[in-house]
Design a protein around this ligand. Sequence first.
Ligand SMILES: [Zn+2]
Length: 209
Amino acid sequence: MTALTAAEAGLLLCHTCHQLNRPSGAGHDLVCARCGASLHVRKPDSIARSWAFLIAASILYIPANVLPVMETGSLFGAQSDTIMSGVVYLWTSGSWPLAAIIFIASIMVPGSKLFAMLFLLVSAQRRSTWRPLERTRLYRVVELVGRWSMVDIYVAAILTALVQFKALATIRAGPGAIAFGAVVVLTLFAAECFDPRLIWDPLRRRTDG
Ligand SMILES: [Zn+2]
């Protein structure tokens, strides 16, 4: 905790091109010397923006799981499936690897991401000094998982293709699918708005006295 931080040394990192800048004076209209993007010591309104996206994502998590994501129609009648009923159907019909993939990718991962972001935001807002390294790692995992959170969309696309092969069946996305897509995107935004350096700031201030 003795190392000098860039902010204390009067240096600012460009979020766009990662050029380290030494701005003259502390104004509000600082721009990167190389690419011209605006510079911030910390992402502006990081916690407030992250909260807004996280709350929106949490609200939409409900319709994403309650509303049908898939509406199947055949000669034998129409059927609509939520994510969970689809998982149950796949499990009982013997395609348990697919059931497991959809359960993990569509229910467990988005839910865990929401909880992880909630924890990071609450602890950063309370200026917690509890296990900053672990919390930074948690943030890294949330960011990493974000890239894979569209896996279930691919699975749904493959399923659709499989069902379409059986003639006389029609399949289309239900309103739950839209809510689900929104949850994925809003959680990505929440993670992007969050500035992980906020995890370390309270420690720095405490050390300084
Ligand atoms: Zn730049």
